[in-house]
Design a protein around this ligand. Sequence first.
Ligand code: HEM
Length: 154
Amino acid sequence: MHTTLLFIHSILRWVIVLAGIWAVLRAWKGVSNKTPFTASDNKAGLFYMIFLDVQLLVGLVLYFATSVLTKAALSDMGAAMKTPELRFWSVEHLTMAIIAIVLAHVGRSKVKKAGTDAQKHKKGLVFYGLSFLVVVLLVVMVIGKGRGWLPSLS
Ligand code: HEM
C-alpha cells in the first residue's frame, strides 16, 4: 500500500509541474498578447488545482497512515524538530505543499471573480506563478533529500 501510494505521489509531482507550466504560460501569454480569456485558459488553472488536490489527498494518507517517517515524527514532534530528515517530511514538505495548494485555490477564485479578461490573466499569472515557484522549490528539495527524479520500482 505505502509503495503504491508513494509511486503515485512521486509520478503526480511531474503531472503537477506540467500542469503548472501550462497554467502559467497561458496566463503569461494572455497578459502579454492581451488575448481573450478562453475555455482553455480556464481549464489550465482548473487542472493545475485538481492535480494539486489529488496530491494533497494521497499525501494525507502517506502522512497519517503509511509513512514510517511521519509516524516517527508524530510520535515525538519535539525530537523530530531536531532531526533534519524527520523535520523535512513532517513539517517543511507539508508546509510548502499547503502554501502551493492555497495559492492555486486563491488564484482560481480570483480569476473567477475578476471583471475583465485582462484581470483574469493577470490574477492567474500572479497566483499560479507563485504557487508554481513553491512547487518547483519543493520538488528540488525532495530530490536534494536523495529521492529520485522518478519513483523507485524496487
Ligand atoms: C505540491 C504538492 C506535493 C508534491 C509535488 C509532493 C512531492 C513528493 C515527492 C516527490 C515525494 C518523494 C516520493 C518518492 O520518494 O519517490 C514525496 C514524499 C512525501 N510526501 Fe509529498 N508532495 C506534495 C504534497 C504533499 C502533502 C500535502 C503531503 C501531506 C499531507 C505529503 C506527504 C508526503 C510524505 C509523508 C512523503 C514521504 C513518504 C515516505 O517516504 O515515507 N506530500 N512528496
